[in-house]
Design a protein around this ligand. Structure first.
Ligand SMILES: [Mg+2]
Length: 288
């Protein structure tokens, strides 16, 4: 099938795009399975000397781990081109707090490493003497090892004045057996318990997109966001003025598109049909 075309703000053709911000889950792969044409897509964007950043709300792994995953798929992507919401969160907090401030983390290795590399003093997960400890920030992301004790400590610290930060708002994420509870669900638990609303850094927050554009030395005019989720990838990119490509290979459905208040500039079935469009001139609206 063809693709829907909405008049982009700058009326650029898709083959005039210089930089891509690519979501990962549902765009590049499903779990451990690369999407069809993944390797040739990267060959093509390298051949065209296009800039790219892979930007994911997944805060559980490090950029190096994602680079290794891509390597297993036969694709060479340097870790510096991978931006996780854990890194965006730690980078944002570094700009807000001087080095050496204390952080309690509910999250996995991706978040621990990102916060540590930005100079935060990471509090012991198990804190024995809670009454004697204070934290400057409590940072919460997706973790498959969460337990009541850690949530209770986080809630105690938040209720006693620590700034409550979330890596990303996704309430679920896709898995081989269906949708699983994500960071947003853990945040909801703590928000309910503490009565305090967290500041959430990942997509759709503009912080992620601005960081990606900065790494690309790009601008909103020569960069597009490619994603599979309307409420994070497309809505967030749109809010900072980026043009957007929605791929139907992940979360978004045709029904989501019908009910959406924001429309992506381009819609393709998958990465392969997006790459094929590099060679073509976009069809005239209403003529496809
Ligand atoms: Mg995705």
């Amino acid at each position: 099938m063809g693709f829907r075309y909405n008049q982009p703000a700058m009326n650029h053709k898709i083959n005039q795009i210089e930089n891509l911000i690519l979501d990962m889950d549902g765009v590049l792969w499903h779990g451990e399975t690369p999407v069809p044409g993944l390797a040739s897509f990267f060959k093509e964007i390298k051949r065209r000397h296009m800039g790219y950043i892979l930007a994911t709300n997944n805060a559980t792994e490090t950029p190096e781990q994602y680079a290794n995953k891509l390597d297993r798929f036969g694709i060479d992507v340097p870790a510096e081109r991978i931006l996780t919401s854990a890194e965006a969160t730690a980078g944002y907090l570094r700009k807000t707090y001087p080095a050496g401030r204390s952080a309690y983390i509910v999250g996995e290795i991706g978040l621990h490493k990102a916060m540590g590399s930005q100079g935060f003093r990471i509090l012991d997960e198990e804190i024995d003497d809670l009454l004697s400890v204070q934290a400057d920030v409590v940072v919460v992301g997706m973790t498959r090892h969460v337990c009541y004790r850690h949530l209770a400590i986080a809630n105690h610290l938040i209720s006693n004045g620590a700034t409550f930060i979330g890596t990303n708002p996704d309430v679920t994420f896709p898995s081989e057996i269906g949708r699983m509870p994500g960071a947003g669900s853990i945040l909801a638990f703590l928000e309910t318990a503490s009565g305090i609303i967290p500041k959430v850094i990942g997509k759709p927050n503009g912080i992620m997109f601005r960081e990606a554009i900065q790494r690309l030395s790009g601008s909103v005019d020569n960069t597009v966001m490619v994603g599979d989720r309307m409420n994070t990838d497309i809505a967030g990119a749109h809010s900072v003025g980026l043009r957007t490509v929605l791929l139907m290979s992940g979360i978004a459905t045709r029904e989501d598109l019908k009910s959406a208040t924001i429309e992506p500039d381009w819609v393709f079935d998958d990465l392969r049909s997006f790459a094929a469009a590099f060679e073509t001139t976009l069809p005239v609206p209403g003529n496809n």
